[in-house]
Design a protein around this ligand. Structure first.
Ligand SMILES: C[S@@+](CC[C@H](N)C(=O)[O-])C[C@H]1O[C@@H](n2cnc3c(N)ncnc32)[C@H](O)[C@@H]1O
Length: 254
């Protein structure tokens, strides 16, 4: 039945032979859609909610499937307005997309095989990227890798495979006269999107402990996972542990 299963057709965004001009045009149109649907808003709410305001003062963030890096740029600017410093590394398989942004420190690689050591980033995010994977095995690899390099918080977002969202987006893209390619890609990406139970199953298979999968206004799906404090302690260096123990209150035995 329609929408029961994920679609498996490729999008224009998946085509490796697009010209630089076509890629630039596609990302300009995507930026317009992202602005209409306020793509950064859930990250601006969920990161401080999850980590606390104090911890948000300085964060090292990895954005998977970042494209032109506009999400990271928007988040860094927003954080800066609050006196916070969020440094974002953009990772994407498409170097043409990465080159569109003005940011430095971009990494051309796959989200299923991350070239970073364990727990390299405070926060790992992704937006509208996971649906580009075709098989469950690839999604599991991507989830596992994202969790491996996250030291505190994993926050993955994608499109909810919903008929309501399909109709709303179809109307918006039509009324605002988006190009045929972006209309096709936009609607196809919803058909390649996700249901909550699918992400719960895949996150469990990827070994992510206590994942929280939820919908955001019925349109987006979020996977959140937070490392517990005691687990994080293991990531401290021996010197830091000694320092932490020195400050621990003394409790007499017996
Ligand atoms: C629809 S765009 C989303 C871009 C950006 N995250 C946003 O929200 O505007 C999907 C991006 O994922 C990238 N992508 C697809 N498969 C990928 C993979 N295996 N690893 C990393 N990036 C990937 C594409 O090159 C593209 O830039």
């Amino acid at each position: 039945m329609f929408f029961r299963e994920r679609a498996t057709q490729a999008e224009y965004f998946d085509c490796p032979t697009r010209s630089p001009d076509d890629v630039a045009l596609a990302f300009a149109e995507l930026a317009r859609i992202n602005r209409i649907f306020r793509f950064a808003a859930p990250f601006q709410r969920l990161i401080p909610d999850s980590l606390g305001l104090e911890r948000c003062r300085s964060l090292n963030i990895l954005d998977l499937g970042a494209g032109d890096g506009s999400l990271g740029q928007t988040l860094a600017k927003w954080a800066n307005q609050r006196g916070w410093r969020w440094q974002v590394t953009n990772l994407d398989t498409n170097p043409l997309a990465l080159r569109l942004g003005r940011q430095t420190g971009n990494v051309a690689a796959s989200a299923a095989a991350l070239p970073f050591v364990d727990r390299s980033f405070d926060v790992v995010i992704a937006n509208q990227m996971t649906h580009h994977f075709f098989t469950d095995d690839d999604v599991c690899r991507h989830f596992r890798e994202a969790w491996r390099v996250a030291n505190e918080l994993l926050l993955l977002c994608d499109l909810h495979r919903s008929i309501a969202l399909y109709c709303v987006l179809g109307a918006v893209l039509h009324l605002l006269r988006f190009s045929r390619e972006i209309r096709q890609d936009g609607l196809l990406s919803i058909r390649r999107g996700w249901r909550v139970r699918e992400w719960r199953r895949l996150a469990a298979r990827a070994g992510i402990p206590n994942p929280r999968v939820s919908l955001y206004f019925g349109a987006r799906i979020f996977l959140q996972a937070r490392r517990r404090a005691e687990v994080r302690l293991k990531a401290l260096s021996q010197a830091e542990i000694v320092k932490a123990e020195a400050f621990a209150p003394f409790v007499p035995a017996g």
